[in-house]
Design a protein around this ligand. Structure first.
Ligand code: HEC
Ligand code: HEC
Length: 204
């Protein structure tokens, strides 16, 4: 598993910190920085996605899913398992505090993926926009997260995970199952165009 010493260190730091309760969200977030970045901008080498400005309810659901064995629990999902180890010691209160804190941080544009913007726009509007918002800004009322600020490789991996059943198969994963169905119709070649289109709109 990639970055394992990091995981062990980060989990130990988090456990130690939790023993010295109560901690503010900012203090809790210290143990996440090594992978997700000091401003929640994500880390390209760690494969940890941007969290800054993500929908609060989505963040709560993902952290609980990781903790409760709903996400990051299928063999082959190495990165999801890393994150599940990090979520294991978190209480519901810790999760709510972290999600509120992260959702308020400023989003920063991801490194642009190359692609055909016209094809990307057509596909995005036809297949994704109804749930994820007109430019990938997310739609909390449909439980669909923001996508446009996420790293291209992270998005590719998630779609792949949905397609392979590494994510969105658990019975309790109502919204992951929805996205699992949507991921079936996407070609990876087209996905670059879709990502390029969403990312280009964050620079408008
Ligand atoms: C050792 C590296 C590492 C540490 C430390 C870490 N994460 Fe993660 N995190 C990841 C990776 C890798 C993923 C992507 C998992 C995947 O591919 O499904 C992830 C995914 C997530 C997601 C899902 C985001 C989304 O868009 O679905 C959330 C939320 C999250 N992490 C929050 C946290 C918080 C809060 C902490 C600190 C308590 C933390 N992470 C610590 C590596 C880490
Ligand atoms: C029917 C509504 C719907 C449609 C259409 C849809 N999605 Fe989703 N998508 C969701 C929901 C709901 C989630 C949250 C899943 C969860 O909670 O785990 C999601 C999650 C995702 C994620 C994971 C984000 C993360 O931070 O880990 C990606 C990537 C994604 N969608 C991409 C797409 C793309 C690309 C399309 C179009 C080809 C698309 N979605 C179409 C509802 C939809």
């Amino acid at each position: 598993m990639k970055c394992k010493p990091n995981v062990v260190l980060a989990v130990s730091a988090l456990l130690l910190a939790l023993l010295m309760q109560p901690l503010s969200a900012e203090e809790l977030y210290q143990s996440c920085i090594v992978c997700h970045g000091d401003a929640g901008q994500g880390g390209v080498t760690s494969g940890a996605p941007a969290l800054a400005g993500q929908d609060e309810a989505y963040l709560i659901r993902q952290l609980r899913n990781f903790r409760d064995g709903v996400r990051g629990a299928v063999a082959g999902d190495d990165q999801g398992m890393q994150m599940a180890a990090m979520a294991a010691p978190l209480s519901d209160n810790d999760i709510s505090a972290l999600a509120a804190y992260l959702s308020e941080l400023n989003r920063s544009p991801a490194t642009l993926v190359k692609g055909n913007l016209r094809n990307g726009m057509t596909l995005y509007q036809g297949k994704c926009g109804a749930c994820h918002g007109s430019v990938g800004e997310g739609n909390p009322s449909l439980n669909a997260p923001a996508l446009a600020w996420l790293d291209g490789a992270y998005i590719q991996r998630q779609i792949n995970n949905f397609q392979r059943g590494l994510r969105g198969r658990h019975r309790g994963d109502r919204y992951g199952r929805q996205m699992n169905l949507m991921a079936k119709g996407i070609e990876s070649r087209d996905l670059d165009d879709i990502i390029a289109y969403m990312q280009s709109r964050t620079r408008d």
